[in-house]
Design a protein around this ligand. Structure first.
Ligand code: GCV
Length: 678
């Protein structure tokens, strides 16, 4: 009893903030703010749920001058954008829409959190993309495909009656970075999501998200008419099927009047699609587009097609979609993964970008780290996102970057969009690794403004999430900015790709050779290592995937001398003794890259340990322990790949680098039981 009392006493004495530092507040932390300005220091007209949220944020957290929130129809061409003007005693936020005002409020709160100057502001913001959308790969049974932060946030069993407080917190976090759309369910979609009982559940979420400016989309299964209603087939040219989708659209919009639309994975990895009936992707997409058109809904049709084919897997999307250019309705947009394989640590950009001249295109990124160490490895992805957006496709001449192709600059589309697969689950800290929050944040910020630099994004995120103390900000920013490249180095440097263990995609398995299955399920297919060299020949003498790129890139990538070295093994089969730009042989270069990846992570550990005094103990210990796993994994990757490739190169591992600590035969025996297919 005595002990119990003492325990309660200690519990009461521990300041609240120590409990709060579990990462649940994300970047919306205001550790020293008890309350914000009083309600009479907010000037605004009218009553609206979005404005109410804006006012609450100000009265809870804003410690500066009076704020005026002004809707101004003249600012209509700024879409969700806003302006901020300030003097020493007043800040005026103007926008044509209420949501723009809320975004403006999050903007000034960010300035406050990052201790930026708030006087004499004259800011105009306009989003890079109309639709800034997260794709959840959440299944209806609560599991998440490629999710590493626990089960799904959506409690389908409890809905529509019981409402988790996290729905609102989730919406708020998204609004604070400008994300305005979400796909709730996995692209490997259960037809059940379109059942009436599920739509009633979806409606509850849509109602909660609406004041935060967020529209709900759903992934749909192409076979839904047949599966749900027993139609004879789901053929897009069948009148009954067309009517089924029209009726379904009408039912959806009666329930959710501002429903965003459908995301569709068709005829890929065993999912049903129009090709099951000898129809094209355009036939399938257009049927759905016609159904949603009267209500203003969109179809995001995925170009990730991965079916049995004799062709190089990297060529598939282009081969299937280019012939369909111009055949899609104007409310269809083709959603294209950043690379032509599958969210690898580094890929060449997808050659489909720019190749569709008459069809809107959007990027799909992956925030969840399916191929970058799950939520165990620290990998800040803004540099990856930027690398892709800034890639010049040369489709419309020099300067035809993926950003400009998709944001409406070069192609005048009805709407523009950008998407990413979410890394969010029900873990307290939302994303598993505390630093994985930065990737959700970075995607939102870049979707809003793709010209922000990775450095800028990391800087503001660190200050908001941890502290603005430069002794912390600087070293931690260095870790973040180099982290993705470190992962590339210890997993797959120089353009290597997909040498992951099958199924879970966590550890190395360069020896993987699943005879009897499709060749492109095996790592040996991707690295092609033999006595002569290593790498996938995608030049004219090989798969000729280089021909899918616009000049001069086809020539540039087709020539080993002009191929960027960070992609050399993506495009070429390179002899072990090939001389690299720094004078080393390819084999040595590979070994040094693996080694430098490991070294970097060891440095991250040292740096992080020095940060202990600046971070609360809970988050400090959590990150520290994840860095241990990351280092162990990096050594595992390096040993596995070097010992395995060494069998072909027959060269010593350069003597000045750390010796392997594993036996190849032992590594081959590791079978992680992490579930999942291919
Ligand atoms: C949702 C990869 C992943 C799959 C994923 C698929 C896709 O193959 O491993 O889990 O399925 O991509 O993007 O459709």
């Amino acid at each position: 009893m005595q002990n119990f009392k003492a325990y309660v006493l200690i519990f009461l004495l521990i300041p609240f903030s120590m409990f709060a530092e579990d990462g649940s507040q994300l970047w919306l932390r205001f550790p020293n703010v008890k309350n914000g300005i009083s309600a009479d220091k907010i000037i605004s007209k009218g009553n609206n749920p979005t404005i109410e949220i804006a006012k609450n944020e100000l009265t809870n957290f804003w410690q500066g001058q009076t704020v005026e929130l002004r809707t101004d129809k003249a600012l209509k061409n700024q879409k969700d954008g806003y302006t901020i003007k300030s003097s020493s005693d007043k800040i005026t936020i103007s926008s044509s829409k209420e949501i723009g005002l809320l975004y403006g409020v999050y903007h000034i709160l960010r300035l406050q959190q990052t201790k930026s100057n708030i006087n004499n502001l004259n800011i105009t913001e306009k989003p890079s993309y109309d639709v800034r959308i997260l794709n959840h790969w959440d299944n209806l049974d609560g599991t998440i495909e490629r999710g590493y932060a626990g089960y799904s946030l959506w409690k389908w069993e409890d809905l529509p009656n019981k409402i988790s407080p996290r729905y609102k917190e989730y919406a708020r976090a998204n609004a604070s970075i400008g994300i305005n759309s979400v796909v709730l369910n996995n692209v490997n979609a259960s037809p059940n999501i379109l059942r009436k009982d599920y739509l009633d559940k979806v409606k509850v979420l849509a109602d909660i998200f609406r004041p935060y400016g967020i529209k709900v989309y759903l992934s749909v299964n192409f076979a839904s008419p047949k599966v749900l209603s027993g139609l004879e087939n789901s053929d897009p040219l069948n009148k009954n099927v067309q009517k089924w989708w029209k009726d379904k659209a009408s039912e959806i919009y009666q329930t959710i009047p501002d429903f965003g639309g459908f995301l569709v994975k068709a005829n890929s990895e065993g999912q049903p699609g129009p090709q099951d009936y000898g129809r094209t992707h355009a036939d399938g997409a257009n049927m759905m587009a016609d159904a949603l058109k009267p209500y203003g809904g969109n179809i995001m049709w995925r170009a990730f097609v991965y079916s049995p084919s004799k062709e190089d897997r990297a060529k598939q999307a282009y081969l299937e979609f280019v012939p369909l250019d111009g055949k899609f309705r104007d409310n269809v947009i083709v959603q294209i993964k950043n690379g032509p394989i599958d969210f690898q640590p580094r890929e060449a950009f997808n050659p489909l970008f720019g190749a569709l001249k008459k069809t809107p295109e959007m990027v799909e990124f992956q925030i969840t780290q399916e191929y970058l160490g799950f939520s165990n490895h620290l990998a800040f992805l803004a540099p990856l996102f930027k690398e892709v957006l800034d890639s010049d496709t040369y489709s419309d001449g020099k300067g035809s970057t993926i950003a400009k192709l998709t944001d409406g600059t070069l192609r005048k589309n009805k709407f523009t969009a950008i998407s990413a697969v979410a890394n969010i689950g029900e873990d307290k800290n939302w994303t598993g690794h505390h630093f994985a929050q930065a990737n959700w944040y970075a995607f939102g910020r870049l979707a809003w403004n793709h010209s922000l630099s990775s450095e800028q994004i990391a800087d503001e995120w660190i200050k908001m999430t941890f502290t603005d103390n430069q002794d912390f900000v600087k070293p931690v920013k260095d870790i973040m900015l180099t982290s993705r490249e470190s992962v590339v180095d210890y997993m797959m440097p120089l353009g290597l790709h997909h040498i992951f263990a099958s199924g879970h995609h966590y550890g190395p398995e360069p020896w993987g050779d699943y005879k009897g299955g499709r060749p492109d399920w095996s790592p040996v297919y991707y690295h092609q290592a033999n006595e002569k060299g290593i790498g996938f020949d995608r030049t004219k003498s090989g798969s000729n995937a280089v021909s899918q790129y616009f000049p001069p890139l086809d020539e540039l990538y087709g020539n080993i001398k002009t191929t960027p070295e960070n992609l050399i093994l993506w495009f070429h089969h390179v002899p072990w003794d090939y001389k690299m730009k720094d004078g080393k042989m390819l084999w040595e270069e590979l070994a040094y890259k693996y080694d430098s990846g490991v070294k970097n992570v060891r440095e991250y550990q040292k740096t992080w340990d020095k940060m202990q005094t600046y971070v609360d103990s809970e988050r400090f210990a959590h990150v520290q322990s994840r860095l241990k796993i990351q280092t162990k994994d990096a050594v595992w990757w390096k040993d596995a790949c070097l010992l395995y490739f060494q069998q072909f190169s027959k060269q010593p591992i350069p003597y000045d680098i750390e010796r392997p600590v594993h036996e190849l035969e032992d590594l081959k025996k590791i079978k992680l039981n992490m579930g999942h297919h291919n």
